[in-house]
Design a protein around this ligand. Structure first.
Ligand code: ARG
Length: 462
């Protein structure tokens, strides 16, 4: 049973079938640099506690650095017999510094507190990467919005024409949820930062006088776990991270769905850049929005990773159970999915061109100015209930005549109600409609300009 972490009480080694099931190095090997950093901090804690001589301490640090260099050079690999990254690195360290010195490092720690710490540290780094990639997308949405402050488009509810809005207003409505996702990642990080489990041992803490706060500080955490059982057994940090990545996926998917609609012949609102779209192997004319479709598709996968992880966690008694080894693959997958997806979506949005004439043409159609008529009547002193009826009567008249609201003559308006004087025409243009919505958050150019500044301040704060 040589090379195993638990030879003593076993008469025979693990069966090949057990080894094959148990092995996690194919995915947890990417925790190598975090494991080595944890081991360094742990060696320092042992040394400070008087459990390592200066010479052994120095030799352990040398051995760990040597492994780090081999890893960086692509020259460090787990063996088939290694169960996980922690066992593999211990074996490799023993080979590097010999069993006498190497065998001292495991004192006072367990793979349970190790993995709970390393997984947090890994996710904290990737939370920063993902946040930066999300902010790149916010940035191109801002730029597209800033470049289209004068473009009016049909705003929709229920996918039906509702009221005219600025294209920039609509684009910024995709940016704000992404800014909130970045805020969620920051909030999450602050919570995880104060909870380094190193020092929790297998579940009950350690007897060796090691200082978990010092280990936490060395690993970039602001504090250590207040409860060793919770420190080793909880994975809500992983589930919360998976939720934020799933929410980013959902936000990307909603944007993607609009890109897909807007680039259809029927909508014809936008055109994809050749480098950010694909063709068909049989239909020569095709130009497909594959990036948007993959964004929409991968959001399902991100949601699946979250729900799979929560299903793994829901029935687990305290403290560590081996089920918890299933926590990493879904979350690693969510990280890797977003790190590939976000740059592609950002490029697609940055290079999207808008058919602004088509948008402007469609903006007043579908009687999208009817609300403006009603609100104009309210400003003239008509109760909204009556104003709504009168504006509705205007729409009905237009349908009978086969025309649009601005086409009604002064006489036709007056027939519907004497309150509908020719002055109502001031709101019967999309420009008039849009610029009248100048309250905070509204679609008037002046409001959208303010909003753009506010968004820039919010995203620059991260
Ligand atoms: N590889 C395991 C995991 O990822 C950690 C090992 C803990 N194993 C154990 N038998 N206590 O969760």
């Amino acid at each position: 049973n040589e090379g195993s972490l638990w030879g003593g009480r076993f008469a025979s080694g693990p069966s090949p079938e057990l080894q094959a099931l148990s092995r996690s190095t194919h995915f947890d090997w990417q925790l190598t640099s975090y494991d080595l950093a944890g081991s360094r901090a742990h060696a320092n804690a042992l040394h400070r506690a008087g459990l390592l001589t200066d010479a052994d301490h120095a030799e352990l640090l040398r051995g760990l650095s040597a492994l780090g260099e081999r890893y960086a050079a692509g020259d460090l690999h787990p063996a088939d017999s290694d169960e996980d990254v922690h066992g593999a690195l211990e074996r490799l360290l023993l080979e590097e510094v010999g069993p006498e010195v190497g065998g001292r490092l495991r004192a006072g720690r367990s793979r349970n507190d190790q993995v709970a710490t390393l997984f947090r540290a890994y996710l904290r780094d990737h939370a920063r990467t993902v946040a930066a990639l999300v902010l790149d997308l916010v940035d191109v949405l801002e730029q597209q919005a800033a470049g289209h402050l004068d473009v009016i488009m049909p705003g929709r509810t229920h996918l039906q024409h509702a009221q005219p809005v600025l294209l920039s207003h609509h684009l910024l409505a995709h940016a704000w949820p992404l800014v909130r996702d970045v805020e969620r990642l920051r909030d999450w990080d602050a919570r995880v930062a104060s909870d380094s489990p190193y020092g929790s041992g297998a579940l009950a803490g350690q007897t060796l006088g090691l200082d978990p706060e010092a280990v936490a500080a060395e690993l970039g955490f602001s504090g250590s776990s207040p409860n060793s059982i919770d420190g080793t057994a909880s994975r809500d940090f992983a589930a919360e991270f998976a939720f934020v990545t799933a929410q980013v996926g959902v936000d990307l998917s909603r944007l993607a769905e609009e890109v897909i609609l807007w680039t259809t012949r029927e909508f014809d609102f936008a055109t994809l850049h050749d480098s950010w779209s694909t063709g068909s192997s049989i239909m020569p004319q095709k130009k497909n929005p594959d990036i948007a479709e993959l964004a929409r598709g991968k959001s399902g996968r991100l949601i699946g990773n979250l729900s799979g992880l929560m299903a793994t966690l829901k029935g687990l008694p305290l403290a560590y159970n081996r089920d918890l080894q299933e926590d990493k693959e879904p979350v690693f997958d969510s990280v890797q999915t977003l790190e590939v997806l976000l740059p592609a979506v950002t490029g697609m949005v940055a290079t999207l061109t808008f058919n602004t004439a088509r948008m402007a043409d469609l903006a007043p159609q579908g009687f999208s100015l009817a609300t403006d008529v009603a609100e104009w009547l309210v400003r003239e002193g008509v109760p909204f209930r009556d104003a709504h009826e009168l504006a509705g009567a205007c729409v009905r008249r237009c349908e009978e005549l086969g025309c649009d609201l601005p086409d009604l003559t002064d006489e036709q308006l007056a027939e519907i109600s004497p309150s509908l004087t020719p002055d109502v025409r001031s709101v019967l243009t999309v420009e008039g409609s849009v610029s009248s919505r100048s309250g905070r958050g509204g679609t008037a150019p002046v409001s959208v300009r303010e909003q753009l500044d506010e968004l820039r301040t919010a995203s620059a704060a991260h």
